[in-house]
Design a protein around this ligand. Structure first.
Ligand SMILES: [Mn+2]
Length: 321
């Protein structure tokens, strides 16, 4: 479902309360696309509220963080609600209740597993990122994101994050064209690449070491687990896991990679990555979602139990297709 034709300008014209939310545990694309859209609506004279869980400290440089709303959600009854980079409603977390009360809902997303849960669904599974779709949306409505340095940097950051620096197969010709326009506009590409993809903290490096120490391999699948004690013991949280599963996937022996982290006493989250073999169906069958080569799911059980279950399913897929 690709649909850029819509009445977004008309829909927000008389709206007083506008809320914009991304997915829980927001990543670089969620933060970039949500804040870029928020700044765009601000330029149109609106005062949108950004509903995002706490933004990781390393994303503090993104433009538009002043629009982040940290008050109570129960009084919010928006005229228009935008769900961005969110594959299903549950991924809105606490913002889901605000979504339910909204007069009109938009979903702007690029997840293949998105079923279109809003009134207006702007979904393009071929786009590299929600940030790319937000760029197209602005262009379509006569606004040039590349001429606005804050919006341009947010969009470029979101694209860089979701494409892994223009490496993942979601990167298309149009992705590069958009990046080119943003470069023409003056975005600081090297600073954004460093901050979004490569900068890590000392505690993160310690945790990385533990993750590599726990690493195992079975029939093309490289995987590792982290318990709550291991994560907290390094002074880290679930926001500090960037780069681990990608590192495992980059090993020459890896067809797929899995990182499983304990999230509570009874549940663990698996992040699954693949070089070629589509893994979204396996992840969806367990109740998760995502893209063909990058998906995630939270399951009941310890990290070790969840890892064993998912790795077995992927090995079966690799062996039998
Ligand atoms: Mn995304």
């Amino acid at each position: 479902m690709t649909m850029y034709d819509n009445n977004i300008l008309k829909d927000i014209e008389n709206a007083e309360e506008i809320c914009i939310a991304g997915h829980i545990n927001p990543d670089g694309d969620a933060v970039g696309s949500v804040l870029a859209l928020a700044l765009y609506l601000k330029r149109l004279g609106k005062t949108p509220r950004v509903l995002l869980e706490s933004i990781p400290a390393r994303f503090a440089f993104f433009g538009g963080t002043q629009l982040w709303y940290n008050g109570a959600y129960d009084g919010l009854v928006p005229d228009v609600f935008f769900a961005v980079d969110c594959g299903d409603k549950a991924r809105l977390g606490n913002a889901g209740e605000v979504f339910d009360r909204a007069g009109l809902t938009y979903c702007i997303d690029h997840h293949r597993t998105n079923t279109g849960f809003a009134d207006v669904n702007i979904i393009n599974a071929n786009a590299s990122s929600a940030s790319e779709i937000v760029f197209e949306l602005m262009k379509k409505n006569g606004f040039d994101p590349e001429k606005d340095s804050e919006i341009a940097a947010d969009i470029y950051s979101g694209i860089v994050f979701d494409t892994g620096g223009f490496r993942h197969n979601c990167t298309g010709r149009r992705t590069h064209e958009i990046a080119g326009m943003l470069v023409d506009g003056g975005v600081d590409t090297s600073v954004i690449h460093s901050r979004v993809l490569f900068e890590h903290t000392y505690p993160q490096a310690k945790l990385f070491g533990i993750a590599l120490g726990n690493m195992k391999h079975l029939d093309g699948v490289t995987y590792t687990t982290l318990t709550t004690a291991e994560i907290e013991g390094c002074g880290c949280t679930s926001e500090d896991l960037d780069g681990i599963v990608d590192y495992l996937l980059n090993l020459d022996i890896s067809e797929c990679a899995v990182l499983v982290t304990q999230r509570s006493e009874t549940a663990a989250k698996a992040s699954v990555r693949s070089k070629k073999i589509p893994i979204a169906d396996i992840v969806v069958s367990l109740g998760g979602g995502g893209h063909a080569l990058a998906a995630g799911v939270t399951c009941d059980g310890s990290a070790a139990e969840v890892a064993e279950k998912i790795v077995a399913l992927i090995v079966k897929e690799i062996k039998h297709g």
